[in-house]
Ligand binder design. Structure first.
Ligand code: SF4
Ligand code: MG
Length: 283
């Protein structure tokens, strides 16, 4: 049985020392091992950005795609080979700006994959511009007088899009992050996990200390019920999206691939994928 060390490769990440993405890498490796996977069972697809490099830093199948397009690739991969565990990953710029259309529709489509966003409230790879997650008034090279746009709330958007699994964590909390990723992998449907992953080089506002002071953990609320959609939405709004933990999970809804009429349950790889007369009758 594989351990997290089997998911390590010999590629040295070129993230800045202290970047939150290191913890996400470690958490994925641990979660994959804890979920009983072997490296050949896992594929990681990523978009463009500092965080997009993660697909090359884990010993498994990897696909470093194009900007904002990790999700179409990841969904295609899963539908072609249902035996693979597929993780899509990227940053807040990748997933919530150019890729937002894909994010919303992937959430509502509910293909059985896990999507991990490394949310640092900035564009790091291009050296620090305002992202869709940057706070109102946030000053960068692209908004020297301060951003006049409101940041979007990925958790509210995920809930509104009909997500069946919504979680949020923080790079400093490796234990929680690992557990949530493992739960996401095991969830039968689309699992959305937003991770506060500080950019220590360009974001001097949303630092590790800032998150430690402002995050509210769901463990503080004894009566919190993650199967209650209204409660989940209320708590997201009450905490201004700064809560961590398993926020919502609906285990009653079937995944996309379990609902599409005529969809072959076996991997499509090396198979004749033309529809048969039987398939048409089902349709
Ligand atoms: Fe991480 Fe920011 Fe450095 Fe990119 S620029 S590697 S996001 S710390
Ligand atoms: Mg970013």
């Amino acid at each position: 049985m594989a351990t997290f060390k089997d998911f390590r490769n010999n590629v040295k990440p070129n993230w800045c020392p202290g970047c939150g993405d290191f913890s996400v890498q470690a958490a994925i490796q641990r979660a994959a091992a804890n979920a009983g996977l072997e490296p050949e069972n896992l594929a990681i697809v990523s978009g463009i950005g500092c965080s997009g490099r993660i697909s090359g830093y884990i010993n498994c199948y990897g696909f470093h795609g194009i900007h904002g397009r990790a999700l179409p690739i990841a969904q295609g991969l899963k539908l072609a080979n249902r035996d693979l565990t597929v993780i899509a990953s990227g940053g807040d710029g990748d997933g919530f700006a150019i890729g937002m259309g894909h994010t919303i529709h992937a959430i509502r489509r509910n293909v059985n994959i896990t999507y991990i966003v490394m949310d640092n409230q900035i564009y790091g790879l291009t050296k620090g511009q305002t992202s869709p997650r940057s706070a109102f008034g946030f000053k960068t090279k692209s908004t020297p007088e301060g951003s006049v746009e409101s940041p979007l709330s990925p958790l509210e958007i995920a809930m509104a899009a009909g997500a069946t699994f919504v979680a949020q964590s923080f790079s400093s909390n490796l234990k929680q992050l690992t557990e949530l990723i493992e739960q996401g992998i095991k969830h039968e449907g689309f699992a959305f996990i937003n991770v506060f992953s500080p950019c220590v080089t360009f974001n001097k506002i949303n630092t590790y200390d800032w998150f430690k002071e402002n995050i509210v953990d769901l463990a503080e609320f004894e009566d919190y019920d993650p199967s209650n959609r209204v409660m989940a939405m209320s708590k997201i709004m009450e905490t201004n999206g700064l809560l961590t933990g398993l926020i919502y999970q609906d285990t009653s809804r079937k995944s996309y691939e379990d609902l599409v009429p005529g969809f072959k349950k076996e991997p499509l790889v090396n198979q004749d994928i033309r529809l048969t007369e039987e398939d048409f009758e089902e349709l």
